[in-house]
Design a protein around this ligand. Structure first.
Ligand SMILES: Cc1cc2nc3c(=O)[nH]c(=O)nc-3n(C[C@H](O)[C@H](O)[C@H](O)COP(=O)(O)OP(=O)(O)OC[C@H]3O[C@@H](n4cnc5c(N)ncnc54)[C@H](O)[C@@H]3O)c2cc1C
Length: 265
């Protein structure tokens, strides 16, 4: 149980003070959530609230770099934030929570119902960080979410004008989502990423390839492909049956693909 709080004044102080048993405190909506494991397993919480240089937006060469401590509401309010990212930030329905929660905290939480990670992954976001050795670097979001990186996220860089569409399914706006999926158009074709409750953060490479090779593939073919896919580990749980989740993934991928190609969903 966390019993110490350190108010770091700079990103360097924050990462320099961190041991493997400590955690950063950004907006605190995950760390302080009832039932959160983070606070239980932590000795010291290192608050990032007074760290200089971790907030705001910088535009450069068609990209926008967003400070890790930028809140969801600041994303929604900023004319510099891309519309597709605002849409994903608004999946967090509570304005009170949007005022607290940060983009860096959402990425680091790596939740299987993540509001932002599917959209950021489909957009090909780059994560800026400082490592425990004090070195600065950047990695792709898929590499970050797929591995264990004990780093301080300092920023997220995304292309401003990428064509990207998202969809989220939950019983109510405040409930956990069974599926959040995003699709973006890139030079190589469609990019498809999702968060599937109790299955994880997924990159749908097989579907991407199918849409690339057969842009006019039928919805029935996509439903059958996902229904019989052996690499997909969905399961029956309180969010729905395995068959339901597979159906939802298939029809959503198909709809997002059609939206990107300018056809109605
Ligand atoms: C009722 C409720 C429902 C929720 N539902 C959802 C949901 O459906 N989807 C969802 O995605 N989230 C959900 N959350 C969790 C949370 O609100 C969001 O994930 C939020 O974006 C976390 O951001 P934060 O700034 O509050 O992070 P914090 O709680 O401060 O931190 C979260 C984690 O990230 C680490 N961290 C924070 N900032 C950094 C950084 N800059 N570098 C490295 N590590 C960092 C912390 O150490 C901690 O482990 C829910 C929370 C509550 C209370």
């Amino acid at each position: 149980m966390a019993n110490k709080l350190l108010m770091a004044k700079s990103p360097e102080e924050a990462i320099g003070a961190k041991t493997a048993r400590d955690a950063f405190l950004a907006g605190g909506t995950e760390v302080n959530r009832l039932g959160s494991e983070t606070a239980d397993k932590t000795d010291t919480l290192i608050s990032l609230k007074k760290c200089s240089g971790l907030k705001g937006f910088r535009e450069e060469a068609g990209n926008v770099t967003i400070g890790a401590m930028t809140s969801f509401q600041e994303l929604v309010d900023s004319p510099k934030a891309p519309e597709w990212l605002k849409e994903a930030a608004l999946f967090m329905a509570s304005r009170t929570k949007r005022n607290m929660a940060t983009i860096g905290g959402n990425i680091a939480a790596k939740r299987d119902d993540s509001y932002l990670i599917p959209a950021l992954s489909a957009a090909g976001a780059e994560i800026g960080f400082i490592g425990r050795d004090g070195k600065k670097g950047s990695i792709g979001i898929k590499e970050y979410t797929g591995g264990k990186h004990d780093v301080l996220i300092t920023s997220v860089t995304v292309p401003k004008d990428v064509k990207l569409v998202s969809k989220r399914y939950a019983n109510t706006a405040q409930s956990h989502a069974v599926l959040t999926m995003s699709a973006a158009m890139s030079d190589e074709g469609i990019r498809l990423n999702g968060a599937v409750k109790n299955a994880g953060l997924l990159h749908f490479c097989d579907l991407e390839e199918k849409f690339r090779k057969e842009p006019d593939v039928s919805e029935e073919d996509i439903i059958e492909m996902v229904r019989t896919c052996t690499g997909l580990e969905t399961a029956d749980d309180m969010f729905g049956s395995d068959a339901y989740k597979r159906y939802l993934i298939a029809v959503t991928a198909y709809d997002l693909h059609r939206q990107l190609r300018g056809k109605e969903a």
